[in-house]
Design a protein around this ligand. Structure first.
Ligand SMILES: Cc1cc2nc3c(=O)[nH]c(=O)nc-3n(C[C@H](O)[C@H](O)[C@H](O)COP(=O)(O)OP(=O)(O)OC[C@H]3O[C@@H](n4cnc5c(N)ncnc54)[C@H](O)[C@@H]3O)c2cc1C
Length: 381
């Protein structure tokens, strides 16, 4: 049976970035991916400067197809208050960047090939056997692998196989309808986040257009997906208003059901859980992958700090758990709070939301604090 230092299950952005950080640190790494080939997922991701730094360090930052977000306009439908968070306020060139999931996948895949750690495609992990010495994995198509450390970066597919690991789930009863849209005005790097009683609508600047994330009930999402372009654009205009201009074109749409899922602990015997496998959240605040990349960066920092350390030792696992608990927990709580506060009038009435947005607008330090948290996460205690 092949034996490596670290087996990473899942070649999504978190698993691939982690591998690209670990190989240069001298660890032998295998990345197992269930898909037969890269996903070419059409979703657009908003990534923070910290994520850009992490991917840059991993050598997986896409050279092209990246758009800078210079400000974010936040407002609510049917109520007062709005705020503008700007990069200039933060003393930064950009608040973040938009990148296609598929471009990220490609850039990281190229980097792993350069490092001689190419992804094993069509290698679904089907069985996990853990003991104090290491993790033994059986693959669906035959074959096996042994590792001193197992990292589950598989979006949540395998954790339930491990004794002691369990998920808590909350279904928001919402679906994100996503796709490209164009307006009759250039975006000039501005992103929009508009809270509505149905759920948030976001427009992210991408090249010369926007990526739309429209959250709706499952029934409404089905109707949106079935509409012709004219009806869809008219519906979007009525829902979003005219702050970004007139909607003139839309592209193919996709739908993602939205739920919050968190794991009870991010470590188990010889195992680390990272990225969406540890916390999968509503895309309202664009935090999911940003937090997942901080998981990858934290584990890589721990393993790189002590060359030769047993990567699955209890000390490493505990250091990882402790370093991620606060940041990931707060990211999840913040995102869940936003979903509740801006959708549920019993938790925060419309005037209260308006006041909060106005306060944010009037208080630059509060805006800086919020933007800082969204860019870097909560500080490690
Ligand atoms: C509509 C939408 C918009 C979003 N926008 C943002 C945003 O703006 N900013 C942001 O930070 N985040 C955003 N997110 C969240 C972001 O997409 C996720 O946090 C991110 O994709 C998680 O990466 P990951 O590598 O942990 O998991 P995934 O991307 O889910 O990858 C997991 C991989 O594991 C593989 N796998 C599964 N089972 C097995 C198995 N048994 N064996 C081997 N491989 C397996 C899968 O095939 C997959 O390739 C958004 C999400 C959605 C749905």
């Amino acid at each position: 049976m092949d034996r490596v230092d670290v087996a990473i299950v899942g070649a999504g952005p978190v698993g691939a970035a982690l591998a690209a950080l670990l190989v240069p640190a001298g660890l032998s790494v295998r990345v197992l991916e269930a898909r037969a080939a890269p996903s070419r997922d059409a979703r657009t991701l908003a990534l923070s400067q910290a994520s850009r730094d992490c991917l840059g360090q991993a050598g997986g930052w896409p050279g092209a197809g990246v758009t800078a977000i210079t400000d974010i306009h936040v407002s609510q439908k049917g109520g007062p208050g709005r705020t503008l968070i700007t990069a200039a306020d933060q003393g930064l060139a950009a608040l973040g960047y938009t990148v296609a999931y598929a471009s990220l996948e490609e850039a990281l895949g190229r980097r792993l090939a350069q490092l001689g750690a190419a992804v094993s495609w069509g290698a679904a992990c089907a069985e996990i056997d853990l003991d104090v010495e290491g993790a033994k994995l059986r693959l669906a198509g035959g074959g096996a692998l042994e590792a001193r450390l197992l990292v589950l970066a598989d979006g949540g597919a395998n954790a339930r196989r491990i004794p002691g690991l369990a998920y808590a789930e909350k279904d928001y009863g919402q679906v994100a309808v996503t796709g490209p849209v164009r307006t009759d005005r250039p975006h000039r790097g501005r992103a929009y986040e508009r809270f509505t009683p149905e759920g948030p609508v976001a427009l992210l600047p991408v090249d010369d257009r926007y990526a739309l994330v429209w959250t709706a009930t499952p029934a409404k999402a089905e109707r949106l997906l079935a509409m012709d372009e004219g009806a869809f654009l008219a519906g979007l205009q009525a829902h979003f208003g005219d702050r970004a201009g007139r909607f003139v074109a839309s592209g193919p749409l996709a739908a993602f059901p939205l739920r919050l899922r968190t794991i009870n602990t991010t470590v188990a015997l010889r195992t680390v859980i990272a990225g969406n496998a540890a916390q999968a959240m509503h895309p309202i605040a664009g935090q999911g992958l940003n937090i997942g990349l901080r998981d990858a960066a934290a584990l890589a920092a721990i393993l790189s700090a002590e060359p030769g350390v047993d990567p699955g030792s209890p000390a490493v696992l505990e250091a990882y758990r402790a370093s991620r608990r606060r940041d990931a927990g707060r990211g999840v709580a913040f995102t869940d709070f936003l979903v509740g506060a801006f959708m549920d009038a019993r938790r925060l009435p419309t005037w209260g939301r308006g006041a909060a947005l106005t306060m944010l607008d009037l208080l630059p330090p509060a805006r800086r604090w919020l933007a800082g948290r969204m860019i870097h996460g909560a500080p490690t205690p």
